[in-house]
Ligand binder design. Structure first.
Ligand SMILES: Cc1cc2nc3c(=O)[nH]c(=O)nc-3n(C[C@H](O)[C@H](O)[C@H](O)COP(=O)(O)O)c2cc1C
Length: 216
């Protein structure tokens, strides 16, 4: 697949098969993704990966926190509000999810809680003293990881739910206190039979998004 085909076909996978991702494949994906540009070549990212029993233990600890009503406290807080247009897109997104199965919205929540049954999660972190531009760099790295993964036949989803309890991740993965745990990217092989994976988010068309002047 070329880049255009990958961009047009990649989508977030919310139900993975149990098959594990081998270390060589994971290493190759990260090796390609680390070609991502960054401000002043600061390469502000630090990467931690959990799989197998380690990931199961992390998931168990998250589920216990949820059961005990322990409030989530991601290092990067959720937005307090959204502009009207963004609110509308979120509404459309959830309306789309609700169409794929009976109780799809409940299923969506459950799959998030179960880390989408992913065999591995890549956590992207950066030093807390870095500025907003480094967040831009981590966003670019995320997309590189997802595109390189897709080229290797792997599915992914970036999910804030995966980093809702950073203290659990710090304990299990030895992530230092001075790193913000920014995002988790679940990675593995898509369960193509699962109804949730039928869902495809819509996109605003170019003509609505881009204002172009001086180019015929
Ligand atoms: C920063 C970020 C956080 C996200 N967090 C979640 C999440 O917690 N749970 C989830 O189901 N999807 C999450 N997503 C996936 C988005 O819902 C998805 O990317 C968007 O709807 C576009 O769909 P697509 O990735 O299938 O093209 C997140 C995406 C990004 C970029």
């Amino acid at each position: 697949m070329n880049v255009s085909e990958i961009l047009q076909t990649r989508r977030s996978c919310r139900a993975f098969k149990p098959d594990s991702v081998d270390q060589d494949t994971l290493f190759a994906v990260l090796n390609d993704a680390l070609c991502t540009p960054s401000w002043g070549n600061t390469q502000p990212w630090e990467i931690f990966v959990a799989g197998g029993e380690v990931l199961k233990e992390i998931n168990q600890a998250y589920l216990a926190n949820t059961k005990n009503h322990i409030p989530m406290s991601p290092d990067i807080p959720h937005p307090k509000s959204y502009p009207a247009a963004a609110k509308e897109h979120i509404k459309e997104f959830m309306a789309g999810v609700s169409l794929v199965a009976e109780d799809a919205v409940k299923l969506f929540g459950e799959l998030n809680q179960k880390f989408f049954y992913a065999p591995a999660v890549i956590y992207l972190c950066m030093d807390k003293s870095l500025a907003t531009w480094s967040m831009f760099d981590l966003g670019a790295l995320s997309q590189s990881i997802m595109l390189a993964a897709a080229e290797s036949g792997l599915a992914t989803i970036p999910a804030v739910t995966l980093v809702h309890y950073p203290e659990i991740l710090r304990n299990k993965l030895g992530i230092p206190d001075n790193f913000s745990i920014v995002i988790g990217i679940a990675i593995g092989y898509e369960d193509k039979q699962h109804p949730i994976n039928k869902f495809k988010s819509a996109r605003r068309p170019v003509a609505d998004v881009a204002t172009i002047k001086g180019i015929e």
